[in-house]
Design a protein around this ligand. Structure first.
Ligand code: TXD
Length: 321
């Protein structure tokens, strides 16, 4: 089987980690594109020179020329500015929409059969714009946010309960903003509801609920927590790992069920918008959306989150993107 070609648009913090992970997992040959001269070439060279140590056998190339992404099977887009302390993801809209315009036009031109995973913020709006400009099938333009938001939620639960994070399942729905919806009722440790474990731990329902509320809030604000600590940028290791899980599912046709920013066509009662929902990821991209029953309260929270996504998309339309 021919090796896959993976194009990374944006050679900043996330782009660099993506390159290293793809090489170490031998998912395919990498082309790392950035507009900054020499930067992607430098990162690619640095990573390639670890090949003997890490024993990987894929090509890693840095470039400032879009022609080099020609024929890519997968394109991962991180181009755009990250947040600075005090900024919301939405503050990035105008700058990053302009960048996405040029990126998406080039992806359409040079990698017309690719599956695109968008990471740039504000995520839901950037995925929407990327699909609009490329005109690719909705199932082939998706966004990464939910894998990370869910992993953050699972991490906090594991720390709180003193159990391996490998046994924690947690799912976050909705847009990648402060209105995201961590699903408490579905969070479990190897099938055992997390709320039950918290109630046993504290022997007090009110306290258990307080602890869960704090974890839910921390999950919603987790990106900002990292931005505040780093001061010069936003999270990059965990977003890269999360996009790699999606890439691997697609390349290996794994049919993994991963929270994905996917286009909804009536699922969850939502039509015509990209929203974070569980999707089956395989060789054709987001092959299927998995629906689940939500309580009235959960539905309300999801609607609120979708409202925020709709407002962003409307802003983008008004600004002429
Ligand atoms: O989970 C998620 N989706 C996210 C998203 C989690 C964390 C951060 N997330 C967002 O990803 C973040 O808000 C940013 O919008 C992107 C990329 O974050 P990163 O930390 O990698 O930002 P960097 O280090 O600033 O890298 C961005 C690169 C930088 O090298 C620029 O030169 C380049 O993008 N850039 C461009 N590349 C190609 N084409 C154009 N036009 C361009 N403009 C800037």
């Amino acid at each position: 089987m021919a090796r896959k070609k993976i194009a990374l648009i944006g050679g900043g913090q996330i782009g660099g980690v993506l390159t290293q992970l793809i090489a170490m997992k031998q998912l395919g040959d990498v082309v790392l594109f950035d507009i900054v001269e020499d930067l992607p070439q430098g990162k690619a060279l640095d990573i390639a020179e670890a090949s003997r140590v890490d024993l990987f056998d894929v090509n890693v190339k840095g470039t400032n020329d879009y022609k080099d992404i020609e024929g890519a099977d997968i394109v991962i887009i991180t181009a755009g500015l990250p947040r600075k302390p005090g900024m919301s993801r939405d503050d990035l809209l105008v700058t990053n929409a302009k960048i996405m315009q040029s990126v998406a036009e080039n992806v359409k031109k040079y990698a017309p059969s690719s599956i695109v995973i968008v990471i740039s913020n504000p995520l839901d709006a950037m995925v929407t714009l990327c699909q609009k400009i490329t005109g690719f099938p909705f199932s082939k333009v998706i966004g990464q946010a939910g894998v990370l938001d869910s992993s953050r939620f699972a991490t906090f639960i594991a720390w709180e309960l003193g159990v391996s994070v490998k046994d924690v399942n947690a799912l976050v729905l909705g847009g990648h903003g402060d209105t995201m919806v961590p699903l408490v009722r579905y969070a479990n440790v190897n099938g055992i509801p997390v709320m039950e474990l918290l109630e046993r731990k504290y022997n007090d329902k009110t306290k258990a609920k307080e602890v869960m509320d704090a974890m839910v809030n921390r999950t919603k604000m987790a990106g900002g927590e990292v931005v505040k600590l780093l001061k010069t940028g936003s999270a990059f290791y965990s977003p890269a790992s999360s996009a790699i899980a999606m890439t691997e599912a697609i390349i290996r046709d794994e049919k993994r069920v991963l929270p994905t920013c996917a286009y909804l066509n009536g699922e969850f009662g939502i039509s015509g918008f990209y929203v974070g929902v569980p999707a089956v990821l395989g060789k054709d991209g987001a092959e299927r959306i998995i629906e689940l029953t939500l309580s009235d309260e959960e539905k309300g929270m999801l609607e609120n989150s979708v409202k925020a996504v709709k407002e962003l998309v409307a802003d983008m339309d008004r600004l002429g993107f």
